[in-house]
Design a protein around this ligand. Structure first.
Ligand code: NAI
Ligand code: MG
Length: 331
C-alpha cells in the first residue's frame, strides 16, 4: 500500500490538513498516512523546524502532503519550505490556476499553469551585510536548472495538450542571469515545435495577466517571479483559499497549497480547505488514482455551485468544518 508523509504544518495547517484527510477518507482513498511534525512548534523540542526524521520520511515514502510552515520575517530560521525543496531536489513547482464554478471574480476563462523553478535564483538565500546600512543578496541561475524547468513546462504542455508556453523574465536588466534563463527556454522550445513559445518581461507580464488572463496558458519562470506571480494568479480566480500546488523532483514530490500559514485566521475554523484538498487531488493524480481525485473535484464543484456552504474568503460565512462536511456529503 502506498504510504504518504503528512506534515500538518503551522497556523491554519492542522485545520486544513484535518479537513483534507477526512475528505480523502470519505472518498475511499487507499493511501496510508505517516504523520510527522515540522515548523514552529517543533523548534523547542528538536532544536530545528525541520528535523532529519521529516526528510527521511519523505525520502522513504517519496510522496508527501504538506501544510504551510511559517517563516519569520527579517530574522530567525531559514525557510523550511525552501530547504525542503532544495534538499529533495524538488525542482519544479507546479501551480494550476483555474476559475471554479460560482466563485465571484472579475476574471473569466482563466486557465493558467504557473511553472516555477524551485531550486535557485535569489532563494539560495546567500545574503551578507557588507557594512552598516548596506547588504547584498546573490541570484544564481544555471543553464542546467533552467533547461530542466523549461523541459518540464514543455513536457507538461505536451502531456495535457496545452498550446503555449510563456517564459517570464527580466533579461533586459539582468542580462547574464535572466538572459541565460531565457536563452535556455528558447533553446528547449525548439524541441517542441507543436507548442507555441512566447516570452514576456515580468513587469509587463503582471499587467497583461490582470488585463488579459485568458490569453495565457503555461508560464515558466525563475523562482522569485514564480512566487510572486503565483499569488497574483490566485487572486484572479478568487484567492489563496483555492489554489493548489506541487513540488516535483525525479525522486520525490511534495504537494502543498500556494498559501501560507495565514496567522490572521489560524485556529478560528475559518480557513478554506479547498486549496490543500485540490493539492491532495494533484497527489492522487500523480499516484494514478484519478478516479478518486475526479470524484473529489466534482464534489467541490457541486458545493461551490450550490453556494450554501462557502467560507468567508469567498464571501460566505461557513466554517472549515461546515464546508468539509458539505464536500463529504457529496461523496
Ligand atoms: P498567507 O498565504 O498565509 O496569507 C495571505 C492572506 O490570504 C491572509 O489574509 C490569509 O488569511 C489568506 N489565506 C491564505 N490561505 C487561506 C485559506 N486557506 N483560507 C482562507 N484565507 C486564506 O501569506 P502571509 O500572511 O504572507 O504568510 C504567513 C506565513 O506563511 C509566513 O510566515 C510565510 O512565510 C508563510 N508561508 C508559507 C508557505 C508554505 O509553507 N509553502 C507559503 C507562503 C507563505
Ligand atoms: Mg509564495
Amino acid at each position: 500500500m502506498q504510504k504518504v508523509t503528512i506534515i500538518p504544518g503551522d497556523g491554519i495547517g492542522p485545520e486544513v490538513m484535518g479537513a483534507t484527510l477526512r475528505i480523502l477518507a470519505a472518498a475511499g482513498s487507499p493511501l496510508e498516512w505517516e504523520e510527522v511534525e515540522a515548523g514552529e512548534k517543533v523548534i523547542e523540542r528538536e532544536g530545528t523546524p525541520l528535523p532529519i526524521s521529516v526528510l527521511d520520511s519523505i525520502k522513504r515514502n517519496k510522496v508527501a502532503l504538506k501544510g504551510p510552515i511559517t517563516t519569520p520575517v527579517g530574522k530567525g530560521f531559514k525557510s523550511v519550505n525552501v530547504t525542503l525543496r532544495k534538499e529533495l531536489n524538488l525542482y519544479a513547482n507546479l501551480r494550476p490556476v483555474k476559475n471554479l464554478p460560482n466563485v465571484r471574480t472579475r476574471f473569466e476563462n482563466v486557465d493558467l499553469v504557473v511553472v516555477r523553478e524551485n531550486t535557485e535564483d535569489l532563494y539560495v538565500g546567500i545574503e551578507r551585510q557588507v557594512e552598516e546600512g548596506r547588504a547584498e543578496a546573490i541570484k544564481i541561475i544555471s543553464a542546467d536548472a533552467s533547461r530542466r524547468i523549461a523541459h518540464f513546462a514543455f513536457e507538461y504542455a505536451k502531456m495535457y495538450n496545452r498550446k503555449k508556453v510563456t517564459a517570464v523574465h527580466k533579461a533586459n536588466i539582468l542580462k547574464l542571469t535572466d538572459g541565460l534563463f531565457l536563452e535556455c527556454c528558447k533553446e528547449v522550445s525548439r524541441d517542441y515545435p507543436q507548442v507555441n513559445f512566447d516570452e514576456k518581461i515580468v513587469d509587463n507580464m503582471c499587467m497583461q495577466l490582470v488585463q488579459f488572463p485568458e490569453s495565457f496558458d503555461i508560464l515558466v519562470m525563475p523562482n522569485l517571479y514564480g512566487d510572486i506571480l503565483s499569488d497574483l494568479a490566485a487572486g484572479l480566480v478568487g484567492g489563496l483559499g483555492l489554489v493548489p500546488g506541487a513540488n516535483i523532483g525525479d525522486n520525490a514530490a511534495v504537494f502543498e497549497a500556494v498559501h501560507g500559514s495565514a496567522p490572521d485566521i489560524a485556529g478560528m475554523n475559518k480557513a478554506n480547505p479547498i486549496a490543500l484538498l485540490l493539492s491532495a487531488c494533484m497527489m492522487l493524480d500523480y499516484l494514478k488514482y484519478q478516479d478518486i481525485s475526479q470524484r473529489i473535484r466534482a464534489a467541490v464543484d457541486q458545493v461551490l455551485l450550490e453556494g450554501q456552504f462557502i467560507t468567508s474568503d469567498l464571501g460566505g460565512s461557513s466554517s472549515t468544518n461546515e464546508i468539509t462536511e458539505a464536500i463529504m456529503a457529496k461523496l
